[in-house]
Design a binder for this molecule. Structure first.
Ligand SMILES: *[C@@H]1O[C@H](CO)[C@@H](O)[C@H](O)[C@H]1NC(C)=O
Ligand SMILES: *[C@@H]1O[C@H](CO)[C@@H](O)[C@H](O)[C@H]1NC(C)=O
Ligand SMILES: *[C@@H]1O[C@H](CO)[C@@H](O)[C@H](O)[C@H]1NC(C)=O
Ligand SMILES: [Cu+2]
Length: 187
């Protein structure tokens, strides 16, 4: 009986780990980070990524020199920082992508956006992401924007992004539920 309970606890822990690593973590600018130095091409950086709902976008920078503002398309185009939708300034900011479509970010320090410090995180509306399904199944609590994710290496999260592994995860979760119900039945 005790062994069963322990096995169950381990399985549930594993399910949680899988759930929280289901979104990929992208550090904007990779090793360059969020900066005006070196004319980093954030447009090109974003173009090489396939963003999905559930992904975490990290901005790392010195808060003395930069910030992060989520803005509308019009504000992004004109580098207008007067009325951001959201503002971040810790220097170590995480934004969880919760919807499909464009997510526009710029640095609000005068001149920086014009110098190229802006990025468009786009999840195509026709993308076939089933990202929210396993999370919704596993737990009603989805990580909120601003919460710090578990320190998961980028590479570890990536393989889970494909449809097949998510399917395996759902199957695994159902197994956990069945085992739990069985244990409760014995108790
Ligand atoms: C910036 O955006 C604000 C709010 O939308 C607007 O009132 C203002 O006129 C804009 N400034 C410029 C320079 O476009
Ligand atoms: C940013 O925050 C994460 C999570 O709290 C932490 O693991 C990481 O070391 C921080 N990075 C920097 C550059 O402070
Ligand atoms: C989404 O639409 C774009 C342009 O309409 C197309 O190039 C792309 O292949 C489509 N992607 C998917 C996954 O259907
Ligand atoms: Cu800046």
């Amino acid at each position: 009986m005790a062994l069963l309970v322990r096995t169950m606890a381990v399985l549930i822990l594993m399910a949680y780990k899988l759930q929280f690593s289901s979104g990929a973590v992208y550090k904007v600018g990779d090793s360059a980070g969020w900066t005006t130095i070196g004319n980093f091409n954030y447009k090109q950086w974003a173009a090489t990524k396939t963003f999905q709902v559930g992904d975490i976008i990290k901005f790392e920078y010195s808060p003395q020199f930069h910030n992060v503002m989520r803005v509308t398309h019009a504000m992004y185009r004109s580098c207008n920082a007067s009325a951001p939708l959201e503002a971040f300034s810790s220097g170590n900011d995480s934004y969880t992508v919760k919807t499909k479509g464009h997510h526009f970010f710029m640095c609000g320090v005068p001149g920086h956006c014009q110098a190229g410090q802006r990025v468009d995180i786009n999840v195509p509306r026709n993308s076939t992401s089933i990202a929210p399904t396993p999370s919704a199944l596993a737990s009603p609590t989805v990580p909120a924007a601003g919460t710090t994710p578990a320190p998961t290496p980028n590479t570890a999260a990536a393989p889970l992004k494909d449809f097949k592994s998510r399917f395996v995860f759902v199957g695994f979760f159902i197994t956990v539920v069945v085992v739990s119900v069985t244990v409760v039945g014995f108790a």
